[in-house]
Design a protein around this ligand. Structure first.
Ligand code: NI
Length: 213
């Protein structure tokens, strides 16, 4: 893929990329974990799993890679997997989207059709619908890329407790974005039901996705 690091300067780019990304992921996940701990403290252990994510997530309307307005509610009745990232991401996003694609690929087609993967950009300045259309075509066949204006993206990211920020980096001829990397799982009723770390194997992720159907 053209977004991957060029041969030669690999080490430096990855190093510069990973430090802010890891810092951003750490801070963002810490915020999410703290929210869960606070919620769990007042939630009986046998409460429905979705209760752990109360206050996180929710409906949104953004512009798809086809240029159409798409809302989360359009996928009611399906299990939705949302990943926040950006198409210029040199390493992390392609790895995680490949993982998601591989997991979906492993699932029986009937189960796979009940799962809708969404890629929400946190870099709307560069991720136009046209840019996203080219990008999502590299991954799972049903993957929908979503973009919007800065305020729309900020509102969705905030609702899902996704952190992101911009780091100027002349080595990549522009800037990198650090961002939270996780799979947000939305149940058939539109409520957030789980948050998965993206370091699972495709088989583990496929098993987790099947458990939500
Ligand atoms: Ni990324």
């Amino acid at each position: 893929m053209s977004q991957t690091t060029q041969p030669g300067g690999n080490d430096r780019i990855i190093e510069l990329h990973w430090i802010p990304v890891l810092a951003g992921v750490f801070v963002a996940l810490l915020a999410v974990i703290l929210t869960f701990m606070l919620t769990r403290a007042v939630t009986p252990p046998d409460a429905p799993r979705a209760a752990q994510f109360e206050g996180l997530g929710g409906d949104f309307a953004l512009t798809s890679h086809d240029g159409e307005v798409v809302s989360l509610a359009d996928f009611r009745g399906q299990v939705v997997v949302i990943y926040f990232g950006y198409s210029f991401c040199p390493d992390v996003c392609p790895i995680h989207l490949s993982l998601l694609s591989a997991a979906l690929d492993q699932m029986p087609s009937q189960a796979g059709r009940q799962i809708q993967p969404l890629f929400v950009t946190i870099d709307p300045a560069r991720d136009t619908p046209a840019a996203l259309a080219g990008y999502v075509s590299h991954f799972a066949p049903g993957l929908v890329g979503l973009t919007g204006n800065e305020a729309e993206i900020a509102a969705v990211a905030s609702a899902y407790a996704v952190g992101y920020s911009r780091t100027e980096d002349p080595d990549v001829g522009g800037y990198l974005m650090m961002h939270t990397s996780a799979f947000f799982i939305i149940g058939r009723d539109g409520q957030m039901i789980d948050l998965l770390r993206p370091d699972l194997t495709p088989t583990q992720l496929a098993a987790a996705l099947r458990s939500y159907l």
